[in-house]
Design a binder for this molecule. Structure first.
Ligand SMILES: CC(C)(COP(=O)(O)OP(=O)(O)OC[C@H]1O[C@@H](n2cnc3c(N)ncnc32)[C@H](O)[C@@H]1OP(=O)(O)O)[C@@H](O)C(=O)NCCC(=O)NCCS
Length: 138
């Protein structure tokens, strides 16, 4: 299937993709701010239809992958992996020779195998302890 990769995502498409997998919509201005302040934003299009997205928040040393969504109709066709590989390639391109960058993410339950296929290892490994998280609800 022919596809194109774009840098960025339209807020309406962002919400439409989330909705295809049963996630709620987010406020449009919040999405714009989040996308604009992301280090890397990738979306994938087939025949002008956005069928997937992924973005990374980052500072050149650490990158946090979030919002990895493939339209439900297109699951299992390799597009999720294409998006994560695109982010990995971009991080590689931005990292100076001799320097290291780390890409971090929190997998949804049951998606760990997908990320392992994309080259990630489950934490803890080596010297790392568990990943930790705190949500702030207002
Ligand atoms: C998770 C998600 C992005 C994967 O996208 P996808 O396009 O369906 O996955 P791909 O077809 O690129 O899969 C790549 C590889 O991972 C494997 N894989 C996919 N989902 C998997 C899972 N849940 N568990 C184990 N392996 C999985 C595939 O079999 C494939 O393996 P292969 O290369 O040996 O054929 C997609 O299912 C999705 O949008 N899910 C809902 C949202 C979500 O949970 N996002 C992740 C948030 S952390």
């Amino acid at each position: 299937m022919n596809y194109i990769i774009e840098n960025g995502i339209d807020p309406l498409e962002y919400n439409r993709l989330r909705n295809t997998i049963g996630w709620d919509s987010k406020d449009e201005s919040l999405i714009k701010d989040a996308v604009n302040s992301s280090a890397i934003v990738k979306s994938i299009k087939i025949d002008d239809k956005t069928i997937g997205m992924a973005r990374a928040i980052g500072d050149g040393i650490y990158y946090l992958i979030v919002d990895v969504v493939v339209d439900k109709e297109y699951h299992g066709k390799g597009f999720g992996k294409v998006l994560i590989d695109e982010i990995s390639k971009e991080v590689y391109g931005r990292t100076q020779v001799g320097q290291k960058a780390s890409i971090i993410l929190i997998s949804m339950q049951g998606k760990e195998g997908f990320y392992e296929k994309c080259g990630f290892r489950k934490v803890p490994f080596d010297f790392t302890g568990y990943g930790m998280m705190k949500s702030i609800q207002k």
